[in-house]
Design a protein around this ligand. Structure first.
Ligand code: TYD
Length: 341
């Protein structure tokens, strides 16, 4: 297998490369990554020697075509994405460029160069929010944020390319993912890095929103199973049954960082009407057809993740001290709040 992994300098993509190198030791692995704000060479440090790296964006057809051709790529897995909902509420152009247009470019180039299989890595957020029960792969796509809409655009292009051109593309839809190497803007790493630094953390609204959490390694294993066994044209939900309110997750983070409730600042919800109340997926299809099942126990792995952040400050410290990061926190949470936080 000659595998192109896009976005592997990011969180889930890097976990996927580690897993791929374990599962297919002889595989030729090529990484294409734009090294945007959330992608870092330090994330790939442990496997850097084992991959070929190209810097660049998935929206560049010349570059993508060139990489597929010269590296004789047979399989493509697309993790390249703008992924933070809060940023998509500030400025959503980049989301459509990468998450929708980028998928179109990848699919076109994969078809042109006869790639054997493409996996488009997507998210449960394309379905929108569900009050009760679970989303199946046949649930309608009702995205509520520009981020989710841009990912849904990628899913629909994957479907259409399969129907129109028989492109062998499979879509995976992952749940909220946690683990080492997650850029400190999402709930868990944002809160952990702040709490370790003795700073307050901003819990949106009443903290009652429910997310279904899956460890990055299990998520990566689901994508791997889809690459090996997924049927072209199909989508697979890749989630774990760990439904928790944000407040419940935060309680564990406080315990692990030895902070008390006074570190939690409840703020008016900055997502307002676009804040999905609950995500939950039925993953029977992936279990049945891909032979995949999540293995990492949530509660212990969440605590291990907290310990990883405590022990791996070398990785996250430069990220949170970066000017652009500070500017984002400042502009999103407001100057007074940023100081107060
Ligand atoms: P997040 O990690 O951004 O993932 P997603 O938007 O994909 O679910 O947010 C998870 C939940 O945590 C979501 O309900 C919003 C909430 N949240 C906070 O309360 N405070 C924060 O600072 C962040 C980033 C998220």
């Amino acid at each position: 297998m000659r595998l192109l992994v896009t976005g592997a300098a990011g969180f889930i993509g890097s976990h996927f490369v580690r897993l791929a190198l374990e599962r297919a030791p002889g595989a030729h692995v090529v990484v294409l990554d734009a090294l945007r704000y959330s992608g870092h060479l330090s994330t790939m440090q442990d496997f850097w020697e084992q991959v070929r790296f190209y810097p660049g964006v998935v929206q560049d057809p010349t570059l993508v075509g060139h990489v597929i051709e010269v590296e004789k790529v047979t399989h493509v897995v697309n993790f390249a994405a703008e992924s933070h909902n809060d940023r998509s509420l500030q400025d959503n152009g980049a989301f459509v460029h990468t998450n929708t247009f980028g998928v179109q470019v990848l699919l076109d180039q994969a078809r042109r160069h006869g790639v054997e299989k493409v996996v488009q890595v997507s998210t449960d957020e394309v379905y929108g929010s569900i009050a009760e029960g679970d989303f199946t792969e046949d649930s309608p796509l009702r995205p509520n944020t520009p981020y989710a809409a841009s990912k849904a655009g990628g899913d629909l292009l994957a479907r259409a390319h399969h129907v129109a051109f028989r492109t062998p593309v499979v879509v995976t839809r992952g749940g909220n993912t946690y683990g080492p190497f997650q850029y400190p803007e999402k709930l868990i790493p944002f809160f952990l890095t702040r709490l370790l630094d003795g700073k307050k953390v901003p819990l949106y609204g009443d903290g009652g929103q429910v997310r279904e959490w899956i460890h990055a390694r299990d998520h990566a294993a689901g994508v791997w199973a889809a690459l090996e066994r997924g049927a072209p044209g199909e989508a697979y939900n890749v989630g774990d049954a760990n439904e928790r309110t944000n407040a419940e997750v935060v309680r564990v983070l406080l315990e692990e960082t030895e902070r008390d409730e006074s570190f939690v600042k409840r703020i008016p919800d900055p997502r307002a009407g676009a804040h999905d109340q609950r995500y939950s997926m039925d993953c029977a299809k992936a279990r049945r057809d891909l032979g995949w099942a999540p293995e990492v126990p949530f509660e212990t792995a969440l605590r291990e993740t907290a310990r990883w952040y405590r022990e791996n400050e070398w990785w996250w410290r430069p990220l949170v001290e970066d000017d652009a990061y500070r500017q984002f926190v400042h502009s999103f949470y407001g100057p007074t709040l940023a100081e107060d936080l």
